[in-house]
Design a protein around this ligand. Structure first.
Ligand SMILES: NCc1[nH]cc(CCC(=O)O)c1CC(=O)O
Length: 331
Protein backbone atom coordinates (compact mmCIF):
# COMPACT_ATOMS: atom_id res chain seq x y z
CA UNK A 1 0.00 0.00 0.00
CA UNK A 2 1.43 3.37 -0.97
CA UNK A 3 0.73 6.48 1.03
CA UNK A 4 -0.74 9.54 -0.59
CA UNK A 5 1.90 11.83 -2.09
CA UNK A 6 2.70 15.21 -0.55
CA UNK A 7 2.45 18.02 -3.09
CA UNK A 8 5.40 20.44 -3.28
CA UNK A 9 4.58 23.69 -5.09
CA UNK A 10 7.54 24.98 -7.10
CA UNK A 11 8.55 27.42 -9.79
CA UNK A 12 9.88 25.80 -12.89
CA UNK A 13 13.19 27.70 -13.07
CA UNK A 14 16.31 25.56 -13.01
CA UNK A 15 17.31 26.82 -9.54
CA UNK A 16 13.82 26.35 -8.09
CA UNK A 17 13.53 22.84 -9.56
CA UNK A 18 16.97 21.91 -8.22
CA UNK A 19 16.26 23.05 -4.68
CA UNK A 20 12.72 21.69 -4.67
CA UNK A 21 14.03 18.33 -5.88
CA UNK A 22 16.64 18.21 -3.12
CA UNK A 23 14.11 19.14 -0.43
CA UNK A 24 11.57 16.69 -1.88
CA UNK A 25 14.02 13.83 -1.28
CA UNK A 26 14.66 14.93 2.30
CA UNK A 27 10.94 15.37 3.05
CA UNK A 28 10.19 11.99 1.57
CA UNK A 29 12.75 10.45 3.92
CA UNK A 30 11.39 12.07 7.09
CA UNK A 31 7.71 11.54 6.27
CA UNK A 32 7.98 8.16 4.54
CA UNK A 33 5.66 9.52 1.87
CA UNK A 34 6.34 10.18 -1.81
CA UNK A 35 6.60 13.85 -2.79
CA UNK A 36 5.18 15.11 -6.05
CA UNK A 37 6.35 18.39 -7.62
CA UNK A 38 3.54 20.72 -8.72
CA UNK A 39 4.72 23.49 -11.05
CA UNK A 40 3.25 26.89 -10.36
CA UNK A 41 3.51 29.28 -13.30
CA UNK A 42 3.26 33.01 -12.80
CA UNK A 43 3.05 35.96 -15.11
CA UNK A 44 6.67 36.63 -14.21
CA UNK A 45 7.73 33.31 -15.76
CA UNK A 46 6.08 34.32 -19.00
CA UNK A 47 7.32 37.88 -19.25
CA UNK A 48 10.79 38.82 -18.05
CA UNK A 49 10.19 42.48 -18.98
CA UNK A 50 7.22 42.69 -16.69
CA UNK A 51 9.04 41.07 -13.80
CA UNK A 52 10.83 44.29 -12.85
CA UNK A 53 7.62 46.29 -12.96
CA UNK A 54 5.47 43.86 -11.05
CA UNK A 55 7.88 43.49 -8.20
CA UNK A 56 10.73 41.07 -8.84
CA UNK A 57 10.80 37.69 -7.12
CA UNK A 58 7.89 38.79 -4.91
CA UNK A 59 5.41 37.66 -7.55
CA UNK A 60 6.69 34.09 -7.44
CA UNK A 61 6.53 33.96 -3.68
CA UNK A 62 3.00 35.36 -3.76
CA UNK A 63 1.84 32.77 -6.32
CA UNK A 64 3.31 29.89 -4.29
CA UNK A 65 1.69 31.22 -1.14
CA UNK A 66 -1.69 31.52 -2.83
CA UNK A 67 -1.46 27.88 -3.91
CA UNK A 68 -0.60 26.93 -0.31
CA UNK A 69 -3.43 29.00 1.15
CA UNK A 70 -5.91 27.43 -1.32
CA UNK A 71 -4.74 23.96 -0.33
CA UNK A 72 -3.57 23.14 -3.86
CA UNK A 73 -0.13 22.19 -2.55
CA UNK A 74 1.05 20.98 0.87
CA UNK A 75 4.34 22.83 1.10
CA UNK A 76 6.72 25.10 -0.78
CA UNK A 77 10.47 25.73 -0.76
CA UNK A 78 11.76 29.31 -0.90
CA UNK A 79 15.21 30.87 -1.11
CA UNK A 80 15.12 32.70 2.18
CA UNK A 81 16.77 35.75 0.70
CA UNK A 82 13.84 36.24 -1.68
CA UNK A 83 11.24 35.91 1.07
CA UNK A 84 9.64 39.09 2.46
CA UNK A 85 10.23 39.50 6.20
CA UNK A 86 6.51 39.68 7.08
CA UNK A 87 5.04 36.22 7.69
CA UNK A 88 1.49 35.88 6.30
CA UNK A 89 -1.30 34.65 8.58
CA UNK A 90 -2.06 30.99 8.15
CA UNK A 91 1.41 29.98 6.89
CA UNK A 92 4.54 29.00 8.84
CA UNK A 93 8.20 28.44 8.06
CA UNK A 94 8.19 24.85 9.29
CA UNK A 95 11.88 24.25 8.60
CA UNK A 96 15.04 26.16 7.76
CA UNK A 97 17.53 23.44 6.74
CA UNK A 98 21.30 23.70 7.11
CA UNK A 99 22.62 26.68 5.26
CA UNK A 100 24.69 26.32 2.11
CA UNK A 101 27.69 28.58 1.49
CA UNK A 102 26.32 32.11 2.05
CA UNK A 103 29.04 33.90 0.05
CA UNK A 104 28.80 35.79 -3.19
CA UNK A 105 31.19 34.76 -5.92
CA UNK A 106 32.31 35.99 -9.29
CA UNK A 107 32.40 34.06 -12.51
CA UNK A 108 34.97 35.92 -14.62
CA UNK A 109 36.67 35.43 -17.98
CA UNK A 110 40.10 33.83 -18.00
CA UNK A 111 39.68 32.54 -14.43
CA UNK A 112 40.23 36.07 -13.12
CA UNK A 113 39.88 36.95 -9.44
CA UNK A 114 38.28 40.19 -8.23
CA UNK A 115 41.61 41.78 -7.26
CA UNK A 116 43.09 40.96 -10.69
CA UNK A 117 40.39 42.49 -12.87
CA UNK A 118 42.01 44.92 -15.34
CA UNK A 119 41.29 48.64 -15.51
CA UNK A 120 37.84 49.36 -16.87
CA UNK A 121 36.57 45.83 -16.24
CA UNK A 122 32.78 45.53 -16.46
CA UNK A 123 31.08 43.45 -13.75
CA UNK A 124 27.43 42.53 -14.13
CA UNK A 125 25.04 42.59 -11.18
CA UNK A 126 21.52 43.91 -10.78
CA UNK A 127 21.81 44.02 -7.01
CA UNK A 128 22.27 47.43 -5.33
CA UNK A 129 23.82 45.58 -2.35
CA UNK A 130 26.50 43.99 -4.53
CA UNK A 131 27.11 47.21 -6.46
CA UNK A 132 27.56 49.25 -3.28
CA UNK A 133 30.07 46.89 -1.75
CA UNK A 134 32.02 46.13 -4.94
CA UNK A 135 32.32 49.83 -5.72
CA UNK A 136 33.41 50.57 -2.14
CA UNK A 137 36.05 47.81 -2.39
CA UNK A 138 37.27 49.20 -5.73
CA UNK A 139 37.59 52.70 -4.26
CA UNK A 140 39.54 51.37 -1.31
CA UNK A 141 41.88 49.22 -3.40
CA UNK A 142 42.58 51.47 -6.34
CA UNK A 143 40.64 49.24 -8.72
CA UNK A 144 38.91 50.74 -11.73
CA UNK A 145 35.81 48.65 -12.34
CA UNK A 146 32.35 49.41 -13.61
CA UNK A 147 29.26 47.67 -12.25
CA UNK A 148 26.75 47.02 -15.02
CA UNK A 149 23.08 46.38 -14.14
CA UNK A 150 21.92 43.04 -15.54
CA UNK A 151 18.93 40.78 -14.97
CA UNK A 152 18.02 37.21 -15.68
CA UNK A 153 18.52 33.74 -14.33
CA UNK A 154 21.86 32.17 -13.50
CA UNK A 155 22.42 30.73 -17.01
CA UNK A 156 21.63 34.07 -18.64
CA UNK A 157 24.00 35.91 -16.32
CA UNK A 158 26.92 33.55 -16.87
CA UNK A 159 26.14 33.80 -20.59
CA UNK A 160 27.20 37.47 -20.58
CA UNK A 161 30.72 36.37 -19.64
CA UNK A 162 30.79 33.42 -22.07
CA UNK A 163 29.79 35.72 -24.93
CA UNK A 164 32.42 38.29 -23.97
CA UNK A 165 29.90 41.02 -23.19
CA UNK A 166 31.07 41.38 -19.60
CA UNK A 167 34.34 40.58 -17.81
CA UNK A 168 32.58 39.07 -14.80
CA UNK A 169 29.22 38.53 -13.13
CA UNK A 170 28.39 38.25 -9.43
CA UNK A 171 26.27 35.34 -8.21
CA UNK A 172 25.50 33.50 -4.99
CA UNK A 173 27.67 30.42 -4.37
CA UNK A 174 24.64 28.53 -3.07
CA UNK A 175 22.65 28.93 -6.27
CA UNK A 176 25.56 27.75 -8.43
CA UNK A 177 26.19 24.77 -6.17
CA UNK A 178 22.54 23.77 -6.24
CA UNK A 179 22.38 23.72 -10.03
CA UNK A 180 25.73 21.93 -10.27
CA UNK A 181 27.74 24.84 -11.70
CA UNK A 182 29.86 25.51 -8.63
CA UNK A 183 33.03 24.63 -10.56
CA UNK A 184 32.62 27.75 -12.73
CA UNK A 185 33.32 30.07 -9.81
CA UNK A 186 36.58 31.95 -10.39
CA UNK A 187 36.68 33.80 -7.02
CA UNK A 188 34.84 33.51 -3.70
CA UNK A 189 34.25 37.00 -2.34
CA UNK A 190 35.23 37.28 1.29
CA UNK A 191 32.32 38.35 3.46
CA UNK A 192 34.65 41.12 4.66
CA UNK A 193 34.47 42.48 1.10
CA UNK A 194 30.86 41.69 0.18
CA UNK A 195 28.43 40.84 2.95
CA UNK A 196 25.73 38.55 1.53
CA UNK A 197 22.00 39.26 1.47
CA UNK A 198 20.12 38.45 4.68
CA UNK A 199 19.25 34.74 4.54
CA UNK A 200 21.48 34.04 1.52
CA UNK A 201 22.32 30.37 1.11
CA UNK A 202 19.42 29.23 3.29
CA UNK A 203 16.11 27.71 2.22
CA UNK A 204 12.77 27.88 3.99
CA UNK A 205 10.09 25.18 3.86
CA UNK A 206 6.67 26.74 4.26
CA UNK A 207 3.32 25.07 4.90
CA UNK A 208 -0.12 25.80 6.33
CA UNK A 209 -0.08 26.72 10.04
CA UNK A 210 -2.84 24.21 10.79
CA UNK A 211 -1.07 21.22 9.18
CA UNK A 212 0.21 19.91 12.53
CA UNK A 213 1.38 16.48 11.31
CA UNK A 214 3.39 17.93 8.44
CA UNK A 215 4.87 20.66 10.68
CA UNK A 216 6.00 18.01 13.15
CA UNK A 217 7.63 15.92 10.39
CA UNK A 218 9.32 18.92 8.75
CA UNK A 219 10.80 20.00 12.09
CA UNK A 220 13.33 17.20 11.62
CA UNK A 221 14.81 19.13 8.71
CA UNK A 222 15.22 22.32 10.72
CA UNK A 223 18.73 23.41 11.69
CA UNK A 224 18.52 25.53 14.86
CA UNK A 225 21.86 27.31 14.22
CA UNK A 226 20.85 28.31 10.70
CA UNK A 227 17.43 29.33 12.00
CA UNK A 228 18.82 31.63 14.70
CA UNK A 229 21.34 33.21 12.29
CA UNK A 230 18.83 34.00 9.55
CA UNK A 231 16.25 35.19 12.07
CA UNK A 232 18.68 37.84 13.30
CA UNK A 233 19.67 38.81 9.73
CA UNK A 234 16.07 39.15 8.62
CA UNK A 235 15.14 41.09 11.74
CA UNK A 236 17.89 43.57 10.88
CA UNK A 237 16.48 43.91 7.36
CA UNK A 238 12.93 44.38 8.65
CA UNK A 239 13.99 46.97 11.23
CA UNK A 240 15.78 48.97 8.53
CA UNK A 241 12.42 48.85 6.74
CA UNK A 242 14.19 47.59 3.66
CA UNK A 243 13.07 45.04 1.08
CA UNK A 244 14.90 42.27 -0.76
CA UNK A 245 16.10 44.71 -3.43
CA UNK A 246 17.59 47.18 -0.93
CA UNK A 247 21.36 47.69 -0.62
CA UNK A 248 21.45 45.80 2.68
CA UNK A 249 23.85 42.99 3.55
CA UNK A 250 23.72 40.96 6.75
CA UNK A 251 25.40 37.84 8.03
CA UNK A 252 25.33 36.14 11.41
CA UNK A 253 28.09 33.68 12.18
CA UNK A 254 28.64 31.48 15.13
CA UNK A 255 32.35 31.29 15.95
CA UNK A 256 34.18 28.95 15.70
CA UNK A 257 31.75 27.75 13.02
CA UNK A 258 31.12 29.57 9.83
CA UNK A 259 28.36 28.64 7.41
CA UNK A 260 27.68 26.09 6.04
CA UNK A 261 27.26 25.10 9.63
CA UNK A 262 27.26 21.33 9.34
CA UNK A 263 29.71 20.40 6.61
CA UNK A 264 32.37 18.41 8.40
CA UNK A 265 31.30 19.80 11.74
CA UNK A 266 30.69 17.31 14.51
CA UNK A 267 27.92 17.61 17.06
CA UNK A 268 30.66 18.19 19.66
CA UNK A 269 32.01 21.14 17.69
CA UNK A 270 28.52 22.54 17.34
CA UNK A 271 28.30 22.51 21.11
CA UNK A 272 31.38 24.73 21.35
CA UNK A 273 29.38 27.58 19.83
CA UNK A 274 28.90 30.18 22.53
CA UNK A 275 28.31 33.42 20.69
CA UNK A 276 26.82 34.82 17.56
CA UNK A 277 28.25 37.72 15.61
CA UNK A 278 25.83 39.71 13.47
CA UNK A 279 27.24 42.01 10.82
CA UNK A 280 25.24 44.50 8.75
CA UNK A 281 26.00 46.89 5.90
CA UNK A 282 24.09 49.54 4.00
CA UNK A 283 25.60 51.73 1.33
CA UNK A 284 25.13 53.95 -1.66
CA UNK A 285 25.40 52.01 -4.91
CA UNK A 286 28.43 54.04 -6.02
CA UNK A 287 30.27 52.77 -2.95
CA UNK A 288 31.15 56.26 -1.73
CA UNK A 289 29.51 55.69 1.66
CA UNK A 290 28.97 52.51 3.64
CA UNK A 291 27.55 52.09 7.13
CA UNK A 292 28.96 48.82 8.40
CA UNK A 293 28.51 47.62 11.98
CA UNK A 294 28.63 44.41 13.95
CA UNK A 295 27.50 43.14 17.31
CA UNK A 296 28.45 40.01 19.22
CA UNK A 297 26.52 38.36 22.00
CA UNK A 298 25.51 35.00 23.45
CA UNK A 299 23.71 32.75 20.94
CA UNK A 300 20.06 33.84 21.24
CA UNK A 301 18.03 31.09 22.88
CA UNK A 302 14.65 32.23 21.67
CA UNK A 303 13.16 33.55 18.45
CA UNK A 304 12.47 36.82 20.27
CA UNK A 305 16.10 37.16 21.39
CA UNK A 306 17.34 36.64 17.80
CA UNK A 307 14.84 39.26 16.61
CA UNK A 308 16.05 41.67 19.29
CA UNK A 309 19.69 41.31 18.19
CA UNK A 310 18.76 42.28 14.61
CA UNK A 311 16.66 45.23 15.80
CA UNK A 312 19.44 46.51 18.05
CA UNK A 313 22.01 46.50 15.25
CA UNK A 314 19.51 48.20 12.94
CA UNK A 315 18.96 50.95 15.52
CA UNK A 316 22.71 51.59 15.66
CA UNK A 317 22.96 51.62 11.86
CA UNK A 318 20.05 54.05 11.61
CA UNK A 319 21.77 56.31 14.16
CA UNK A 320 24.73 56.40 11.78
CA UNK A 321 22.62 57.49 8.84
CA UNK A 322 21.61 54.16 7.27
CA UNK A 323 18.14 55.42 6.30
CA UNK A 324 19.56 58.20 4.13
CA UNK A 325 21.72 55.72 2.21
CA UNK A 326 18.86 53.34 1.47
CA UNK A 327 16.85 56.16 -0.06
CA UNK A 328 19.23 56.06 -3.02
CA UNK A 329 18.15 53.23 -5.31
CA UNK A 330 19.93 51.92 -8.35
CA UNK A 331 17.82 51.09 -11.36
N1 LIG B 1 17.71 36.60 -6.36
C1 LIG B 1 17.97 35.38 -7.07
C2 LIG B 1 18.44 34.28 -6.18
N2 LIG B 1 17.70 33.86 -5.13
C3 LIG B 1 18.38 32.85 -4.51
C4 LIG B 1 19.56 32.63 -5.20
C5 LIG B 1 20.52 31.58 -4.88
C6 LIG B 1 21.23 31.76 -3.56
C7 LIG B 1 20.45 31.56 -2.32
O1 LIG B 1 19.64 30.63 -2.20
O2 LIG B 1 20.64 32.34 -1.40
C8 LIG B 1 19.60 33.54 -6.27
C9 LIG B 1 20.64 33.66 -7.31
C10 LIG B 1 21.77 34.62 -7.01
O3 LIG B 1 21.61 35.59 -6.24
O4 LIG B 1 22.86 34.43 -7.55
Amino acid sequence: MTEKALRLGTRRSKLAMAQSGQVADAVSQVTGRPVELVEITTYGDVSREHLAQIGGTGVFVAALREALARGEVDFAVHSLKDLPTAQPDGLVLAAVPVREDPRDVIVARDALKLADLPRGARIGTGSPRRMAQLNAYARGHGLDIETVPIRGNVDTRIGYVMKGELDAVVLAAAGLNRIGRGDEVTDFLSVDTVLPAPGQGALAIECAADDADLIAALAELDDPLTRVAVTAERSLLAALEAGCSAPVGALADLPPLSAPFERGVSQADRQTVKEMRLRGVVGTTDGSTLVQLSTTGPVPETHEAAMALGRELATEMLAQGAAGLMGERAQ
